[in-house]
Design a protein around this ligand. Structure first.
Ligand code: CTP
Length: 407
């Protein structure tokens, strides 16, 4: 998968810089054309000559070492790279990239790059956990950078903790996997809703549901793996959101509607996996409700706007996918929702079945379109179910494109 790929290997100045040699050698061995950029600090840990010998290319350190008058080095490298990997990435290099600082060859090339960027951090555990570093990594992940997490083990500073650069094999495997994915959704914008909404009753109480957000997050990851530009609009979730995917947090169905509508026009695919409240309290109390209101308290609820239905009514060329969580007559209700909400697909699951509940790691889904069942999937991990779903949706998009070319 790496054969013929142009990879820029950025090595920044930590003790793990020596592992850059093994990474470089493995990438070259796999057939990649590797161009190494080192920070000045990295050259204190390993010599440029080592990297030059292994990569068989000139090693770049100084932005102003412009020895080929035909090109501007950092732009040339950024333009030709299929991927840039920074390994090891120090807190300083991560901080510079997150904040748009370009004061050396590596940071300048990174700012000029439009290709995917993979970051393999390595540093002392306290540095890795410092709020500034955590914030910078999140910023970069939100912008689409991919991270290869450091491992846990003996650190050069004496700690036994998280912060060791991932092993060279692991880094090269991750890059190889990245190139092996068929990028069926390259250039497509995918909007995914996830989790449950919160409908507030008073400042400390709300109505919600059991949705964990796992299915929506898995769908978002599957879409990203196919090359899509993904945005998640998520309500309350208990699962960890996937790193590296743009995430917009909301509480209520009304907020979710607003955020989704704001992005609808520019989306090619919308997957509504959120469990949206159908009702919300008519009155939202400004102060905490007191029990002095009596032995029985009647709550009056009103319907929320059906987001999926609203999207269905405003649909232009988007592919719209709804979910139907049912406990009986799954197919009947699913097809009814598909029709009523003008969806292209409905993903139905019987939430009362073993392994298909709201909070688990597995799901049993059946995907319908207007013609009926597209695919009935067995009990699968949510990631696998999401992958299958996104492949079906991506193929549908391809079909639409092919049809419009034929016309
Ligand atoms: N949905 C929505 N907005 C709502 C309610 C539901 O967008 N206010 C979406 C969900 O995200 C899901 C689909 O509609 O994709 C079906 O949700 P579900 O709760 O199964 O169905 P409802 O439309 O609420 O219908 P019912 O109460 O009859 O089951």
């Amino acid at each position: 998968m790496l054969r013929g790929k142009t990879i820029v290997l950025g090595i920044s100045g930590g003790i793990a810089a020596y592992k850059g040699a093994a990474i470089c050698s493995k990438l070259v061995g796999a057939g990649a054309n590797v161009h190494v950029i080192m920070t000045t600090s990295a050259t204190k840990f390993i010599t440029p000559l080592t990297l030059q010998t292994l990569s068989k290319n000139e090693v770049h350190i100084d932005t102003f070492d412009e020895n080929n008058p035909q090109v501007v080095n950092h732009i040339n490298l950024a333009d030709h790279a299929d991927l840039i990997v920074i390994a090891p990435a120090t807190a300083n290099t991560i901080g510079k990239l997150a904040n748009g600082i370009a004061d050396d060859m590596l940071s300048t090339t990174l700012l000029a790059a439009t290709c995917p960027i993979v970051i393999a951090p390595a540093m002392n555990v306290h540095m890795y956990e410092h709020p500034a570093v955590v914030h910078n990594m999140k910023l970069l992940a939100d912008r689409g950078a991919m991270f290869i997490d450091p491992g846990t083990g003996q650190l050069a500073c004496g700690y036994v903790a998280k912060g060791r650069l991932a092993e060279p094999e692991e880094i090269v495997d991750a890059l190889s996997r990245w190139f092996s994915k068929p990028q069926l959704l390259q250039g497509q914008s995918v909007l995914v809703t996830a989790g449950g909404t919160i409908e507030r009753l008073d400042p400390v109480r709300y109505l919600t549901n059991d949705s964990s957000g796992k299915m929506g997050f898995a769908v978002a990851e599957a879409a990203r793996a196919l090359g899509a530009d993904v945005t998640i609009v998520a309500g309350r979730t208990s699962a960890e959101p996937p790193p590296g995917i743009r995430l917009v947090r909301v509480e209520s169905a009304a907020q979710m509607l607003e955020e989704v509508l704001a992005r609808y026009e520019q989306s090619n695919i919308v997957i509504k996996s959120a469990a949206v409240a159908d009702y919300r309290p008519v009155q939202r109390f400004g102060q905490k409700l007191k029990k002095s209101r009596g032995d029985v308290l009647h709550l009056e609820l009103e319907r929320t706007t059906d987001i999926l239905q609203t999207l269905g009514e405003q649909k232009k060329t988007q592919i719209l996918v709804g979910f139907a969580a049912e406990t009986e007559d799954v197919e009947k209700y699913a097809l009814d929702k598909l029709e009523r909400k003008h969806c292209d697909f409905i993903v139905a699951n019987d939430v009362s079945a073993e392994g298909a509940g709201f909070n688990g790691d597995t799901n049993i889904i059946t995907i319908y379109n207007k013609q009926g069942i597209v695919e009935r999937l067995p009990l699968l991990g949510k990631a696998q179910a999401a992958e299958r779903l996104m492949n079906i949706v991506a193929n549908r998009l391809q079909q639409i494109k092919d049809d419009s070319h034929d016309r």
